[in-house]
Design a protein around this ligand. Sequence first.
Ligand code: FES
Length: 256
Amino acid sequence: MDIASPRGTFVLEEGSRPIVLISAGIGATPVLAMLHRLAATRDPRPVWWIHIAHDRAHHAFADETHALLAQLPDAHEHIYYTGEAPRPDEPYVTQGRPSASSLARLGIPADADVYLCGPTAFMDHFGGFLRDHGLPPERIHTEQFSALPAINPGVTPTAGVRPHQPPGPPGTGPLITFSRSGVTTPWSPAHGSLLDLAEACHIPTRWSCRTGVCHTCVTHIVSGDITYTTPPLELPEAGTVLVCCSAPTTEVVLDL
Ligand code: FES
């Protein structure tokens, strides 16, 4: 078995601010790794573990997280089962979905670093609550659990929105042309990757890992050159690029 080291940008920040780890279903996986790290160092920061599952049978890593939280000096565990009532010996379990008001009662500090992982609707819901709660967007770290539905690059639109220029002030970098979509726009490092830019323009794409592992985002490059912001696990074939983890170094024309 070949194993690569961890990658991506969803990583636990050092510091002294409180930490809030929020997940739904198997989205617990990356925040569980953070919890392991915190428990291993007996981190003194207050830690909130908030998890939503359907019921006890579908509560992933339940015993493991409970044991890890017990090793921390200031841990707060809140579990929500949408389809099962709590037992008397589980004061940290609530039945139902968390609402803005029930979350407000948890006492999450407004200066916390929040790590959020789960399906898109879940993250939109919690991200909105946390911003309303006063958390600055840069302290809300997210990792989407599921990919968008698979589509054919440049052929099948995901929504009835015509590709367009990205919102916000135009970039000052080299021109990027999405040839199938008929969009040419200047690059800005604010986009992070060519995939981010394509999405900002509503250009049909396909992706899964967004970190250069799966090659789902592989795209033919008609002209120009790119650099990888995160080195792919394996380089794609000549004449193609992984748009999820690349940025242009020259003017670029992509077959999207
Ligand atoms: S989305 Fe997985 S390599 Fe680009």
